[in-house]
Design a protein. Structure first.
Length: 211
């Protein structure tokens, strides 16, 4: 009986070991976030959103992600064609070999219904950029977010990555805003806070890895 309880406790502890929360401000201070030269990242605080503001992509050093769930609070800007915050993963390098789920806040509540369908996007670089996916697979790799968030507000993104699919849940909704197939054969890689030469805020990052 004692042995069974011990084994159960070990399994529970092992399961918890796969989940990790990241203090982005602490990581920034300890230089555990790597960015391009000139990327002036700064601490930011808004209520329980204790995080950082970045002006281009930042990469978590020493973190390798395979499959599981990445969650974060994200805030872009309501600036047309100048705000693309998101999460990159499975990065073979930090230039153009990674997958990314990102958002276009300026489209969240756009009067044009077709533009609202361009609110959340998945792409896999370098082979599958957004324009190729939009042209060859219209409506399959981007979608509207319902209910529509305000462009200037924080959103909570939960990105579930499996071998076959990518699912994106926004603001605690049970129904995903986007469901797509996984376009890459890369089974693991680096994780990044993605802004694509724009300004964005990130907070409350957590990663749950699954075998």
């Amino acid at each position: 009986m004692k042995r069974s309880i011990f084994l159960l406790a070990m399994l529970i502890c092992a399961g918890k070991a796969f989940s990790q929360k990241f203090d982005l401000q602490k990581m920034l201070a300890q230089r555990k976030l790597a960015g391009v030269p000139g990327n002036d990242a700064q601490p930011t605080q808004n209520g329980n959103k204790k995080g950082i503001t970045i002006k281009n992509n930042m990469w978590l050093t020493g973190v390798d992600f395979s499959y599981g769930t990445i969650e974060a609070d994200i805030k872009g800007r309501n600036e047309f064609l100048h705000s693309f915050p998101g999460i990159a993963f499975h990065a073979a390098d930090t230039s153009k070999n990674y997958d990314v789920v990102y958002f276009r806040p300026f489209n969240f509540q756009h009067a044009d219904t077709s533009r609202r369908k361009w609110s959340v996007q998945y792409m896999s670089l370098p082979e599958y950029p957004y324009d190729r996916l939009r042209k060859e697979n219209t409506g399959q790799f981007e979608n509207e977010i319902l209910p529509n968030p305000k462009p200037e507000d924080w959103i909570h993104a939960r990105i579930v990555v499996s071998r076959d699919s990518i699912r994106v849940y926004v603001n605690g909704m049970n129904r995903p805003s986007l469901v797509t197939k996984n376009l890459q054969n890369r089974a693991h890689g680096q994780v990044g806070l993605w802004a694509d030469l724009t300004t964005a805020d990130f907070a409350n990052l957590s990663i749950k890895k699954e075998e």
